[in-house]
Design a protein around this ligand. Structure first.
Ligand code: DQA
Length: 158
């Protein structure tokens, strides 16, 4: 049987994790839960497979510039970015400008509900340039973002 692979229909997703998310599992588990970053990535990989995502890649960095570069390089390479910018969410204009400069849609995610925490976390400087924000559901914030991204890509390819 011939496999009919439609190149316009491929789904490639980049998941970016910002500063200190490499410490998940031991970092303030009462706020961020007990899953490690690897465990979160594994859950995303499994769900991506079920959803028929062709490619899902992960990058965690504690450096703003590395995340800016990853967003710049995503142009033409990925169809969607799922971004937990961590603390950079609240002050990184460089990250915001990178998102605005690149035509790859971004979904902002947070494990915790940033709106019911300290006041300095209520503001996201990236929210105005992303498709939407999902926060407060732990790993399910990421899973929901993946499901929404996939659904959107399916709709847009029709
Ligand atoms: C976070 C929330 C941020 O305020 C914080 O700086 C993080 C993690 C979250 O996933 O809940 O590092 O993005």
């Amino acid at each position: 049987m011939e496999l009919n692979i439609d190149a316009t229909n491929t789904k490639r997703i980049l998941v970016l994790h910002g500063p200190n998310l490499n410490l998940l599992g031991t970092r303030e588990p009462e706020i961020y839960g007990s899953l490690t970053l690897n465990a979160i990535n594994e859950k995303l990989r499994e769900r991506a497979k079920e959803l028929g995502v062709d490619e899902i890649e992960f990058l965690q960095s504690n450096f703003e510039g590395a995340l800016v570069e990853a967003i710049q390089k995503a142009r033409g390479r990925y169809d969607f970015i799922i971004l937990n910018a961590a603390a950079l969410t609240h002050y990184s204009i460089a990250l915001r400008d990178a998102i605005a400069a690149v035509p790859v849609p971004v979904i902002e995610v947070h494990l915790s509900n940033i709106h019911k925490r300290e006041e300095f976390r209520h503001k996201s400087v990236i929210s105005p340039v992303v498709l939407g924000q999902i926060c407060g559901f732990g790993v399910d914030s990421y899973i929901a973002a993946l499901e929404i991204a996939t659904r959107k890509l399916q709709r847009d390819s029709k």
